[in-house]
Write a protein that binds this ligand. Sequence first.
Ligand code: CA
Length: 382
Amino acid sequence: MKIKDISTYILKAPLERPFSSATMHFDHRKSLLVRIETDDGIVGWGEAGQFGPAEVPRSAIEYIFKPMLIGKDPLETEKLWQEMYCYTRDYGQKGSIIEAISGIDIALWDIKGKALNLPVSKLLGGRLREKVCAYATGLYFRSDFTLEDYIKEAATFVDKGFKGIKVKIGSKSLAEDMALIVGFRREFGDDFLIMVDCNHAYSAKVAIRVGKELEKHGVYWFEEPVIPEDIDGYIEVRNALSIAIAGGECEFTPYGFRNLIARRAVDIAQPDPCVAGGITACKRIIDLADLFGVLVVPHVWGSAVAMHAALQLIAVIPDQPSTNMPRPGINQTLLEYDQSENPLRENLSRSSLEFIDGYVTIPGRPGIGVEIDESMIEKYSV
Ligand code: CA
């Protein structure tokens, strides 16, 4: 089998109600999809990147990797990953080049699964779980939102069955942020999972002060307390607090995660499959994290393709520590289930994910399990 063609699609969907995190504003959602076709007609889909303009990783795919890969065997995923990485190492260790590799790698795994008629999770060694507890990502900043509005938004997630939420902080005063956490705790009870994400808005000193407040209210994890480059800052924050520290959505490749994990900078590593180097790189990160007792909870924020790729990896993430009595929110991975407005998450796949009583069933279809509706690709392409 040979790679015959690689195509890229930039999809954009404007938002009815724009929103912000502590460090970014969103008035549209976009995805860069990668479609790889083999000489015997198998088509694999991947998604590249999350945060920056899609044109940059797209250029890397079109100008660097496509000419390299045409005619190669798509089943040799590890070998092709090494070839792509080594070819671009001198200038591409982090950022858009790795996002480009990620999208290609996911599409290659999708092809491998379809060629062998197996879900990627089986090809990665076997499914440790058939379903995963999901937490809701939402509760972004809106200038017109009151505490009551946020509690109402969170209540819609609880009504859907979610057992946990992730709250954005870092844009307002500490008192206002804490009022939100106190409100959620009061409203949803002591067992409800509350995670907090400041999108690296703080210095280490401020993060420690904020974290000490979060500790009082049973927050499960504090995400991206400091900038991703500041590993020593992460360590300072982690050593000063008793709550779990999460991070890694802006980190790339097993080499990048080696620093976060081996230096014990995080309790929870959050590689994004579309950012950190695809399924090949994320499986290596999962294995590395397991050796150091670090739980992996992937960052997921993209389209239906990103969701499906992440779920296949989630199937193979060991509990920390591994046990016959897994407890979501204590020692088991979770699915980050973005609930903010994103037509590309809802409309690209012909089949929707099964979500029952707070758990998402991990698809068992061949490949990553996404069934792309190509009319939607046309609709959202720019
Ligand atoms: Ca985050």
